[in-house]
Design a protein around this ligand. Structure first.
Ligand SMILES: [Zn+2]
Length: 165
């Protein structure tokens, strides 16, 4: 799966629960859930692959930067952390592969095991669709959080009360 749907899902999950820790753990877990959906994936072998990956990463950074333009630093940190954590399995396995290192980590074996290919058009359409839906949800969520006092952006109890209002 591409960078954008993973990062957007992680970003959204990071601010969907009162506790930032729950959000971050679920952001990490979401990578495996999304990878379990058969999808078209970019390799890393050709210049074309690398340009797709670069464009994908740049789009994610631009979209998140724009979505976060009016948020507090705490919310920015939560969301960026969620996006990065949701990409960790890919970052880890690709860096180990590039470094030519053998790895026996269970999380990486599981990551490899879950992935299955899907036709490009179907998969790309669903990935774009998923990214748009999640980005819309994230934007709504950010607005809601920003309507609560800044002290509640990290504090779970106040954050919950703010949501009820
Ligand atoms: Zn992956």
């Amino acid at each position: 799966m591409l960078i954008t749907p993973h990062a957007m899902t992680g970003a959204a999950l990071s601010v969907s629960f009162a506790s930032p820790f729950v959000g971050i753990i679920l952001a990490f877990a979401s990578h495996y859930l999304l990878d379990a959906i058969p999808s078209w994936d970019v390799g890393m072998g050709t210049a074309r692959d690398l340009s797709i990956l670069f464009a994908d990463a740049m789009f994610t950074i631009a979209a998140l930067t724009y979505a976060l333009r009016r948020t507090s630093n705490v919310v920015k940190m939560r969301i960026w952390a969620g996006a990065v954590v949701a990409l960790l399995p890919d970052i880890l396995s690709q860096s180990l592969l590039l470094a030519g290192l053998r790895h026996d980590l269970f999380v990486l074996h599981l990551h490899q095991y879950l992935q299955a290919p899907a036709p490009l058009v179907v998969s790309l359409t669903s990935q774009v669709f998923l990214s748009i839906i999640v980005l819309m949800y994230l934007t709504k969520r950010i607005k809601r959080i920003m309507a609560t006092p800044p002290s509640s952006h990290i504090n779970t109890i106040v954050f919950r009360e703010g949501q009820r209002r």
